[in-house]
Design a protein around this ligand. Sequence first.
Ligand code: WT7
Length: 654
Amino acid sequence: MSTTNTYESISNENRKFPPAASFAANAHIGSMESYRKEYNKSIEDPHAYWAEVAEDLHWFKPWDSVLDDSSQPFYKWFDGSRTNLSYNCLDRHVAEGRGDKTAILWEGEPGDKRVLTYADLLSEVSRFANVLKRLGAHKGDRVAIYLPMIPELAVALLACARIGAVHSVIFAGFSSDSIRDRVLDSQTSLVITADGGYRRGKILELKKIVDAGVQDCACVHHVLVVERGGDEAIDCPMQNERDVFYNNVSAKVDAVCPAEEMEAEDLLFLLYTSGTTGKPKGIMHTTAGYQVFSYLTAKYTFDLQSDDVYWCTADVGWITGHTYIVYGILQNCTTQVMYEGAPNSPDEGRFWEIIENYKVSIFYTAPTAIRAFMKWGDDWVTKKDLSSLRLLGTVGEPINPEAWMWYHTVIGAERCPIVDTWWQTETGGHMLTPLPGATPTKPGCATLPFFGIDADVLNDDGESVEAGILAIKKPWPGMMRGIYGDTQRYESAYWSKWGGQYYFPGDGARVDEDGYIWILGRVDDVVNVSGHRIGTAELESVFVEHAAVAESAVVGVPHEIKGQGLIAFVTVIEGQACSDNLRNQLVAMVDKSIGKFARPERILFSSDLPKTRSGKIMRRLLRDIAEGRELGNTSTLADPSIVENLQLQFQQGN
Ligand code: WT7
């Protein structure tokens, strides 16, 4: 666990910030008594609790049972029901007279703007759904989505949900190779992309990246291309038959498309994420449970009110965007800002300008972004009017108390509660989080479990301890239902830790005197770089592809802005040179296989890696080296001189 720094700083943290009385007075959950009352109800009688929540939504057919836990860990929620998530995000609001409410206030990086009401969104989504049907997409087919942060990204997800196609969104920072792996693993028949998108003033030519990715994928019948370019022509080669411009087809289809009646456990989406092996996992989420959980967590964690303007800065390519840009937020009929580009384009004031212009009231971002804002300086912030803000949120990694305090003081003007939300791709929605009108917050702490979440900190034997491993002891509606095509990995990665009883998220945690849970970081070989999850094994398998490389071990280390960075230790085959040239080639391989965001901070070469006599790489020692710590116990090493050499090399900055 490379969490020493976080652990030290948070273990001395005892400041406490109760919500302001004025915030609590109008909040959905306005006191700790009401949190506890509702929480107890949700744990004691989950069936009654979740049934009552689900009543807020539309069902074509009601459920027979709320939770079927007869086949653990293959749980079923709302079994027997029929529903549609796109219907609950759109049609329900239009039918109930809320069609004129603004859904999306979109701004492109170059400054172009679009506004869509819920009624507009319904017709865009219906049209898009009809285009998908025209291209042969059916219920159950997998559709990959590789788009910039334009309204069509949200529209594409909803259109898939509408016809029952399974979306698999691939974040537009992933490489061609990553697209290929995901498309093949899920046997995707249709890929939706754009000619390009804007990032820091530059055009990203997305269609070309897709072309390279799918060139040998026989399963892909069509590539549907949204034209983002506008006036500026983006180079976008098209292949006859296979490739289709969205606008050419959309003009020929109807803007009405009835929502498919989906079964509760029909697959809604796949989202690939990293684990402890070299192969990313296609996390499966299904319809009804995810629908209810995303709806309720969004409503309570963000205390959504009818006049809020919400803004989540994540990309829809990650789970945060799926749940808290698309499904959770739209089900609550909230107005939101969606922004395409970077926070420092054209300058470091862009985010604060957006908040001022759109009068954003709820702002949800990541610790890594907050640390970058701190570095850029307060002037960018104080020049703007941020008085519309009433609530702040953070997600993605543990937030250090210093960044929390800056967020609280400089962005929140000491007025806005901060919700530090702990959750995962696998959990579908918030698991540990303050409720802003109730929970007194502590800097760096995700505080208490959400309704229905039975969280505990356990040791390896499954006993409750003060510091150990986070466990979730009961199923919840938003939980993953499996790994696509790999049932065995689902059971072994998530359910084998405590004899199949409890869900194992892979995070270390500590409980304090108030029962608050502090997340300490991953306990497995997964590293969190700027909130992006990267398996060290994924990078290692990239490096060993190189003919000159014999072996590699990658570890995570604390990083000032990114939270964690990656340090790679690489051994070369005898007779091969450890040159800068080789280093550059290895970096280029990371770019190609995963994406630039997975680049290591440093690559160190050596003749061997520290190993036990039985040949096991001692990662603990590599972490000691990479974090500049004294070496731990080296007595079990086969050859202690290796680690000493590496340490010297690291200190010399090689
Ligand atoms: C891992 C999940 C949830 C959407 C973004 C990341 C870490 C996430 C927090 C937080 C401490 C956090 C955990 C978790 N994490 N939020 N508030 N405090 N750690 O989703 O890629 O599935 O990663 O991110 O380590 O296991 P993800």
